[in-house]
Write a protein that binds this ligand. Structure first.
Ligand code: SME
Length: 137
C-alpha cells in the first residue's frame, strides 16, 4: 500500500487482505464510534452490502462491543440474543474493539459462513491488526 493512500484506502486494503487470506473471513469491515450520538458507523468493508450502516451502542454484537470494550466471539449466531442479522449465510461472528490512546474508537467486525471457526489465535491476530491500524489515527 502506497504511503499516499488515504486511511480509508488502507483500511479497505486490510479488509481485502484478511478476506482473501483467511477462508472463513467472509465479510470483513470496520465500524467507527460517534461517542456523542452513541452510534457506530460503517467504514471500509468487503463482502455483501449491509443495511446496517448505523448501529446504536448496545444493539447487536457490534453495539455491545462499543459499550463493553471487550472482544466478542459468537460461535453460532442463531444461539445469540441481541444479534443483528445481515445475511442468512452468516453463521458466526467476531468483533474486536479498536483502541486509540486507550479510547474505543470502533471495531473490526468479521462474519463467517462457517459455524464456530474462530479461536483465540484469531483474537490475538486481530488484536495485533487493530494495534497496527491504531497507528493510522
Ligand atoms: N451482526 C452485527 C451487525 C453488523 S453485520 O454483521 C455487518 C451485529 O450483530 O452487531
Amino acid at each position: 500500500v502506497s504511503s499516499e493512500a488515504t486511511r480509508d484506502e488502507k483500511l479497505l486494503e486490510v479488509c481485502k487482505f484478511l478476506n482473501q487470506e483467511v477462508p472463513y473471513y467472509n465479510w470483513v469491515g470496520f465500524y467507527f464510534a460517534n461517542h456523542e450520538n452513541k452510534t457506530l458507523h460503517l467504514g471500509p468493508y468487503v463482502g455483501a452490502p449491509t443495511d446496517h450502516t448505523v448501529i446504536p451502542f448496545g444493539k447487536g454484537i457490534c453495539g455491545q462491543v462499543a459499550e463493553s470494550n471487550e472482544n466478542f466471539v459468537v460461535p453460532d449466531v442463531k444461539a445469540q440474543d441481541n444479534y443483528i442479522a445481515c445475511s442468512f449465510t452468516v453463521k458466526s461472528e467476531i468483533v474486536i474493539p479498536l483502541f486509540v490512546n486507550g479510547i474505543n474508537i470502533g471495531q473490526i467486525d468479521i462474519d463467517s459462513h462457517e459455524i464456530d471457526p474462530f479461536t483465540e489465535a484469531d483474537e490475538r491476530f486481530l488484536e495485533f491488526v487493530n494495534q497496527e491500524i491504531a497507528t493510522l489515527f
